[in-house]
Design a protein around this ligand. Structure first.
Ligand code: KE4
Length: 428
């Protein structure tokens, strides 16, 4: 039995599913998850000494790859000064100022400890500011595990949500309306019917939790206009896209200014951090300035702030984003060429270094399109890729990431291995 298998058996005896986040259990792709012993640059090494080129990158935070020297040194130096104070420190001011400089729509920002905390609070704030209770989201978008988000669409448009997990009160779920992504007619229809009840629209500007789905030109601008017309707020959930798809995130790439933005992942450099921010008139409603309560023991802790600062500063190097986008495009064109040569229907897309592929003919415009992909083929491809030393997200409905630690020869190696893995997967 491999060391990972032994560890997984032990883990299942003490943690639900043997993991601390469900997707890591590999249920969607089969097989036993490997346990990581160490990580460096673009590679993971498992407990049995096998290495993998990593395209999960801890689900987005590691835009510099693992154990980047500048981040490691910053964390080490900060740790020597103590790592949580329960009182303000300079690092949180510096990171807040840097975030605002890169994303000017965040006139004020509050740090929390996860993307889930950020989105939960942003919706609470929107409800308080508008005195409305309903929220509009898009099918396939994930905004963390807050009760209001674990909701599935009911039947028909302008659908009242239904709980998508036990433990979610039906009365709360029905406050969440769900429509298809990229379907502006559906957005218009739900606003026509319930515009006066909607506190906010929350959206992943580029959907990274259903695979990778890009917005169609003008979609977000049209949603922005609908929000303005009906007095609803627009929340960009940039937990994944923030500082990933452009130096100023999706809002810079798209040229859309949301009222509120949620962040996470990259701004913590791999340590637990989330943030929400936006219009000063809204954010001043947050305690202690205003009556909307939110708090957190470790919010703004110096270690996480330092790791986020070191990470964002590295991304400001000349050509950083251009190089990442070039390598990501190279990776996807290699995968597309392999699929074409093997007669496998495949749809690929990326924005910056966030990418996704579906085994289905494109275009994939929304979650319904994504669900037509051949997930069994994806699972076989994933397992074959693992055997060949490439770690893809263990689900057909997750995005992939390229970091600045992925060098050109890593991309070439990956294309070769994924090509061969596709051959094995097709052979069943
Ligand atoms: P966290 O609570 O996991 O820090 O963030 C929740 C969240 C909010 N918004 C978006 C757009 C997100 O992508 C996420 C979390 N992303 C998942 C990846 N599918 C995290 C991985 C996991 O849940 O294990």
């Amino acid at each position: 039995m491999s060391r990972s298998a032994e560890l997984f058996d032990r883990a299942k005896g003490v943690m639900p599913g043997g993991v601390n986040s469900p997707v890591r259990a590999f249920r969607a792709v089969g097989g036993t998850p490997f346990f990581v012993a160490r990580a460096d640059g673009c590679r993971l090494t498992d407990a049995d000494g096998k290495t993998y080129v990593d395209y999960v990158c801890s689900w987005g935070p590691l835009i510099l790859g693992h154990a980047h020297p500048a981040v490691l040194e910053a964390i080490r130096a900060a740790a020597e000064r103590g790592w949580t104070y329960g009182a303000p420190c300079e690092a949180e001011v510096e990171l807040a100022e840097l975030v605002r400089c890169r994303m000017p729509s965040l006139e004020l920002v509050r740090f929390v400890n996860s993307g889930t905390e950020a989105t939960m609070t942003a919706v609470r704030l929107a409800r308080a500011a508008t005195k409305r209770d309903r929220m509009l989201k898009f099918a396939g978008c994930y905004h963390g595990h807050g009760d209001s988000f674990l909701v599935k669409a009911g039947s028909g448009v302008a659908t009242l949500g239904l709980p998508d997990s036990p433990g979610i009160p039906a009365a709360l779920a029905e406050l969440t309306l769900t429509v298809p992504f990229n379907d502006f007619a559906a957005v218009e229809d739900v606003f026509a019917r319930r515009g006066g009840e909607i506190a906010a629209v929350i959206v992943e500007p580029y959907v990274g939790n259903a695979g990778f789905i890009a917005p169609e030109p003008g979609f977000h601008q049209a949603v922005r206009a609908q929000c303005d017309r009906h007095g609803a707020l627009l929340i960009f959930d940039e937990v994944m896209t923030g500082f990933r798809v452009a130096p100023g995130g999706a809002q810079e790439r798209l040229g859309v200014r949301p009222d509120l933005t949620t962040l996470g992942k990259i701004i913590g450099g791999g340590l637990p951090v989330g943030a929400y921010g936006g219009r000063a008139d809204l954010m001043r409603m947050i305690a202690p300035d205003g009556p909307v309560y939110q708090a957190g023991t470790l919010s703004g802790n110096p270690l996480a702030m330092t790791a986020g600062l070191a990470t964002l500063r590295e991304t400001e190097r000349a050509g950083f984003y251009e190089t990442l986008e070039r390598r990501t495009a190279r990776l996807l064109s290699g995968i597309e060429e392999a699929a074409r040569r093997r007669g496998t229907p495949l749809s690929a897309a990326h924005a910056g270094s966030m990418w996704g592929v579906y085994f289905t003919t494109g275009p994939v415009r929304n979650y319904s399109d994504a669900k037509r992909a051949d997930t069994a083929l994806f699972a076989r491809w994933h397992r074959a890729a693992l055997r060949r030393g490439v770690f893809l997200a263990p689900s057909a409905f997750e995005a992939g990431f390229v970091s600045s630690a992925h060098a050109d020869d890593d991309i070439v190696f990956t294309i070769e291995q994924l090509d061969a893995a596709l051959g094995e997967a097709r052979a069943g």
